[in-house]
Design a protein around this ligand. Structure first.
Ligand SMILES: NC(=O)c1ccc[n+]([C@@H]2O[C@H](COP(=O)([O-])OP(=O)(O)OC[C@H]3O[C@@H](n4cnc5c(N)ncnc54)[C@H](O)[C@@H]3O)[C@@H](O)[C@H]2O)c1
Length: 337
């Protein structure tokens, strides 16, 4: 399955954690698919060399090695470090509560870059410490808030900055499965599109997946008081990650996490003379499926020619700080009742 090149310019990769986002999501997909995983994207890109992987589960490790043509496998990141092998890129795809440890260990390899899954760690303080350590050691840290590499999102950012949708009136986001786990994806996306936001009020949290990471409804406020409301679905029902932006010129909705976008434009009403209304709109495919390929291309160019990373430790930390404040406010409100 691997198409990874082994020429001198290729980058040696160590993948830590061999589950879904490492490669599992892409197994069994039809040929020619656009990859959603680290292994899928590195393989398709062709400028990376899968040197080794770390996975404590023996069966999963050998299956991963066979599926992606990885020649070396280790039970732990300590074992990989002890092997004396060197790597250019470490991809951290272990469960979130392992990230702080794995990031600390990853730095000891002195790689050219670390690509870490989101959220970076389970606490903003720990994330801040590790982001600072990466900076101190001059090791670039890319974080997989994937939509920062989605061309559709970047076009929207440019359109908004150029005023092509007119004034932004309000935003509503829908998410589930944890304010840190998935809510941080939403806050990070909003930081990109809307900019910094204050937390105005939180609603009643629900525990729909993780015991220590509730899903919390929240009212945020962006630049010039633009209201941003995050409403919740329940993770047991279905996955939901959608964003609706109300502009003076129309309404734009990101659906299914960015797989689709729906555009409705304001026009003169045919029914009510003198009124303006929204048209029926069009639903079109988005460019989220290409985002992982763009991410690894950004990583390659960041290493080879010093390109800036689209998603960094700093931007991830900013999103995590907002999520942590939301969580704290929800906890505080529950105590006050
Ligand atoms: N960017 C995204 O959209 C996205 C999507 C899914 C998951 N994620 C993130 O990716 C991470 C992994 O999620 P997943 O769904 O792939 O989980 P998973 O459970 O499918 O995979 C995690 C793997 O890590 C292994 N593991 C456990 N402890 C380890 C350790 N100490 N060192 C190395 N490996 C270890 C597990 O055995 C498992 O195989 C999480 O942080 C999650 O938030 C991000």
């Amino acid at each position: 399955m691997s198409e990874a090149s082994t020429d001198l310019t290729s980058l040696r990769v160590l993948i830590v954690g061999c589950g879904n986002i490492a490669g599992g999501f892409d197994l069994g997909r039809p040929s020619g698919y656009l990859p959603y995983t680290h292994a899928g994207a590195y393989s398709r890109d062709g400028r990376f060399n899968f040197a080794a992987c770390v996975e404590p589960d023996d069966k999963r490790r050998s299956e991963f090695m066979a599926s992606w043509g990885v020649p070396a496998g280790f039970r732990s990141i300590e074992e990989a470090l002890g092997s004396g092998n060197q790597f250019d890129v470490l991809s951290i795809c272990s469960p979130t509560d392992c990230h702080a440890h794995d990031l600390g260990m990853a730095l000891r390899f002195r790689p050219k870059l670390i690509f870490c899954e989101k959220p970076l760690t389970t606490s903003a303080a720990e994330t801040q410490r590790l982001v600072a350590e990466c900076a101190q050691l001059n090791i670039p840290l890319a974080v997989n808030y994937t939509r920062r590499w989605d061309a559709e999102v970047l076009k929207l950012q440019a359109d908004m900055q150029a005023g092509r949708w007119g004034e932004l009136r309000s935003v509503v986001g829908y998410y589930n499965k944890g304010i840190l786990n998935n809510g941080s994806h939403m806050v990070d996306l909003l930081h990109l599109l809307v900019g910094p936001m204050d937390v105005v009020k939180v609603g009643k949290p629900i525990e729909d997946f993780f015991a220590n990471d509730p899903t919390v409804p929240v009212w945020l406020e962006g630049h010039q008081g633009v209201p941003v409301l995050l409403a919740c679905g329940h993770a047991e029902d279905y996955a939901i990650f959608e964003l609706q932006l109300v502009f003076s010129a129309g309404v734009l909705t990101m659906e299914e996490g960015g797989l689709f976008w729906r555009e409705r434009r304001a026009l003169a009403s045919e029914t009510f003379k003198g009124y303006r209304t929204l048209d029926a709109g069009v639903r079109r495919a988005g460019q989220y499926p290409s985002a992982m390929l763009k991410a690894v291309d950004n990583i390659y160019r960041a290493i080879k020619q010093g390109d800036p990373l689209a998603s960094t430790g700093e931007s991830a930390l900013a999103a995590q700080c907002v999520c942590e404040q939301i969580k704290q406010n929800a906890r505080q409100d529950a105590q006050d009742i």
